[in-house]
Design a protein around this ligand. Structure first.
Ligand code: ATP
Ligand code: MG
Length: 386
């Protein structure tokens, strides 16, 4: 290799590569003022010593639910000590112990030494009492709690904290889902519903103009000027609007820039974008697999293999087949299957004999998407200290 090309390969188009990571918190939250105002309104009673009110946040993937909650929680934490907002990523933490440990870690700043549920709950109660604070918990991707069978007991205990400790107020709960077929209120049982009166906060898919605003902001922050010409951004906006998921646009921009950078070019072309789309198969699939954990991705890979080989695709038969490769029990298998269905990668259709697994994408596309990997298991959740 010549010296000059070696040097050129060091040049980057990215002013700040972090801007295209899934963990990045955007400087500006676009077009979610109404939702921010609604959430602030629900939190306000806690500033006067009452419990925060409850909410169900609904909207398809990539419509800014997580980003909005995190933004509001950060502001609350900066403004007052009377409310303790705790974000729980239920994809990661869906057992009672995991959720309570997450809350305890947040309140104390370190991992609770005990792994006994009662001890962890006692620590939470003590910290809330010390601070005379109200607890507000966001259960993001609450579907995982339903799959794990912990949704109702957790809601019951959080909303009725005063039943365990008469000097505490009930917590507020913001439950989040991207599964529009799921009614998180209907999933609550009678005892929960008697105290759970959530306001529904909807996150509609962004319009093309809104997507353009969000993506051009990313381009401005993350790339050097002139790297993405307007016509290229137009194409990415079109594709993103088609998929209704901002992540698709962010992924396309990042990969197209990496391709241009690899070719030592200073500008991205429409061809780069088209190449990347072809390379990753469906941009929606790329975006959907990015959020999967390594275990979920491994299962998806095996399902694609099964589907390609023409094998029987009943959920039970698939479980028998994958057991040799993935050392997981039935509960974990079903939770992962549910997750793949929630992510819109497979469909689970109920037949007379049980659930049949349908892959929404061609197996080759799935192999390519799985091979590209993603941050999956490192998705933002509780800080893993201790
Ligand atoms: N209004 C916005 N302004 C800036 N960036 C946004 C906005 N909405 C979404 N994004 C970006 O789009 C990506 C997806 O957003 P987010 O994770 O909040 O979506 P979500 O609705 O929680 O999706 P899912 O249901 O799949 O969890 C993130 O990278 C986020 O930074
Ligand atoms: Mg989310």
């Amino acid at each position: 290799m010549r010296y000059s090309s070696l040097l050129r390969s060091d040049q980057t188009l990215f002013r700040d590569p972090e801007v295209f990571e899934s963990t990045y918190t955007p400087e500006h939250l676009h077009h979610r003022d109404a939702q921010v105002r609604e959430l602030a309104f629900l939190i306000r009673p806690a500033l006067r010593g009452a419990s925060p009110m409850n909410a169900i946040l609904r909207g398809p993937p990539g419509t800014g639910k997580t980003t909005t909650v995190r933004r509001v929680f950060a502001e609350v934490a900066a403004e007052t000590r009377r409310v303790v907002p705790v974000y729980v990523n239920c994809r990661q933490d869906h057992t009672l112990l995991a959720v309570y440990r997450c809350i305890s870690r947040h309140l104390s700043g370190y991992a609770p030494p005990s792994r006994h549920l009662d001890d962890v709950r006692e620590v939470i109660a003590a910290r809330l009492r010390e601070r005379d604070a109200r607890l507000l918990v966001c259960l993001d991707d609450a579907d995982y709690l339903i799959a794990a069978g912990t949704y109702n007991v957790l809601l019951y205990q959080l909303l009725r904290l005063y039943e365990g400790w008469s000097d505490l107020r009930g917590a507020g709960v913001f439950a989040v889902t991207s599964d529009l077929a799921l009614n998180l209120y209907a999933e609550a049982d009678g005892p929960v519903r008697s105290v759970f009166h959530p306001t529904e906060v909807n996150f509609w898919p962004y319009t093309k103009t809104e997507i353009r605003g969000i993506l051009s902001d990313r381009v401005r922050q993350g790339l050097y000027p002139g790297v993405v010409p307007a016509t290229v951004l137009d194409l990415v906006v079109e594709m993103t609007a088609g998929e209704q998921d901002v992540r698709v646009g962010i992924a396309l921009l990042r990969q197209a820039c990496l391709q241009a950078e690899g070719d030592s070019r200073r500008r991205v072309t429409r061809k780069d974008v088209m190449d990347v789309v072809a390379g990753v198969g469906s941009p929606a699939l790329a975006a959907r697999t990015t959020g999967l954990s390594s275990g979920e991705r491994a299962l998806l890979y095996r399902i694609a293999e099964q589907s390609l080989s023409g094998a029987e695709m009943m959920a039970g038969a698939v479980f028998e087949e994958v057991q040799d490769y993935l050392a997981v029990g039935k509960t974990t298998y079903h939770a992962r299957l549910r997750r793949l269905a929630d992510a819109g990668i497979i469909d689970l259709l109920h037949t007379g004999k049980g659930y049949e697994v349908f892959l929404r994408y061609a197996p080759d596309e799935v192999f390519a998407a799985c091979a590209r990997g993603g941050p999956g298991d490192q998705s933002p959740g509780c800080p893993r200290k201790g």
